[in-house]
Design a protein around this ligand. Sequence first.
Ligand code: DX5
Ligand code: ZN
Length: 214
Amino acid sequence: MAIIAPSILSANFAALAADIEDVDRAGADWIHIDVMDGRFVPNLTFGPPVISAVRSATKLTFDVHLMIEKPELSIPSYIAAGADRITVHAEACVHLHRVVHMIKEAGLPAGVALNPATPLSAIEHVLEDLDLVLIMTVNPGFGGQKFITSSLEKLRTLRAMLKQRGLDHVHVQVDGGINAETAPLVVEAGANVLVAGNAVFTHQDRAAAIAALR
Ligand code: DX5
Ligand code: ZN
C-alpha cells in the first residue's frame, strides 16, 4: 500500500493549519512540505517559521523537501521547526555525502531528490546511507504540472539498483503530476511514497481524493 503525502504547496496558504488538519482526517500518511528559495527553483514558498506555526496542527510526519541552495546552512532550523524527515537535492549539494550525514547525525531519516534530467549515478555512492530517494516527476517549482513519463524508466532502474544492493527498505518517492491516472503507473514502476498537491487539495472531498491515489 503506497504512502500518500499531500503537498501543502497546493493548500490554502491563508488557512494552512486547517487544510493540514483536513487531510490528516482524510487519511494522509505524511505531510509533504515543499520549501522553495526562489534561487534553486524559480518559486519562493515558506521556511522554518511557517513550519513551526503549523507543527501543532497534526502528529503526521512532516516530510520536508528542500528545494533550496546550500541546504546545509539551514538544516538545523528545519529540524528545530519540526521536520521529521529531510530531503535535499543532489544538484544543490557540492558535498552531498556530508549533507546526508548531517541529517542522519541529527537523528532524522535522510532523503535525496533528483531532478528529471539528473541521472541515478548522482546518488550511487550515497545510496547505502539513504532512507529515501525522491524522483522528481516534474521540473520542481510549481504544482499542477504535467507528469514526465520518462520518470517511469528511471523508477524501474532505481528499484532494480536498490534490490541488487539489498536496500529494499529505502523509500522511493515521486513528486509532481501524481494523480489517479499516474499513481498506478509509478507504483507499478517501483514508487511507494506518492506526493500529490493538486490531486488532493483542489478537491472538496480530500478523503476520496486520497483514496483515489492508493
Ligand atoms: C515541486 C513540487 C510539486 C508539488 C506537487 O514542483 O514538489 O511537485 O509537490 O505538485 P502537484 O502534485 O500539484 O503536481
Ligand atoms: Zn516536493
